[in-house]
Design a protein around this ligand. Sequence first.
Ligand SMILES: Cc1cc2nc3c(=O)[nH]c(=O)nc-3n(C[C@H](O)[C@H](O)[C@H](O)COP(=O)(O)OP(=O)(O)OC[C@H]3O[C@@H](n4cnc5c(N)ncnc54)[C@H](O)[C@@H]3O)c2cc1C
Length: 202
Amino acid sequence: MSALSAIDIGTNSVRLLITDSAGRELARVMRMTRLGQGVDVTGDIGDLVGEPMLEHKAVAQAHVAVEVIAGQNRRFDPATIAAVCFTEPEIVSAGLLPKEAEAAGHDPVSAVFPFQANGRALSMEAGDTGGFVRVVARKSDHRVVGLQAVGAHVSELSGEFAMSIEMGARLEDLAGTIHVHPTLSEAVHEAALRALGHAIHI
Ligand SMILES: Cc1cc2nc3c(=O)[nH]c(=O)nc-3n(C[C@H](O)[C@H](O)[C@H](O)COP(=O)(O)OP(=O)(O)OC[C@H]3O[C@@H](n4cnc5c(N)ncnc54)[C@H](O)[C@@H]3O)c2cc1C
């Protein structure tokens, strides 16, 4: 495993140090930026690019930048970057909200499944605080374009949310996936079922 660190970031250039796992120097790289030479190492990574200003986005962009520097044909093109508010209750959102999906011309269908009807939420005494999972999909082909949740520990659903959108899941994929009982993730399954018109526990 090698590591990349910035020695100096100037206005138009960046000097990088690439080391091996023992910290030994493998290479020093000078990249000119904003001059159209290869990847813009400063401008293509992290908060400098703009929203969303999130750690996991910066790291993913850095991985792509390093691979481009190493000569690989890679580009940063995620379907979604999930975001979490680590508040009480937590809020997680991936992809489009219903209104955003509508504005994007998706003619969306959306459905909410409340944690009041989720066994794990009830056992954690998090079922009566108004928490929910919402799924947003295109009416035409049921492709999932957004997933949101509010409630205790819902940040742990962000991986399933992002992967569903990244892999182009349809409502039938979420509804057809057997989710472990009792978990909060069952609410994802039930929201998809509800969007398809046949929720079981509500
Ligand atoms: C209080 C706080 C809480 C946050 N919580 C979260 C969270 O829970 N989840 C989340 O996803 N994101 C969170 N973020 C956002 C996240 O930290 C940033 O999106 C992320 O660190 C951006 O990475 P970056 O590489 O663009 O910038 P940075 O992480 O700021 O890295 C830039 C680096 O460049 C160095 N540097 C600057 N100028 C030079 C120079 N001239 N030469 C050499 N080095 C230089 C700096 O010292 C720094 O180490 C939080 C941010 C803050 C401030």
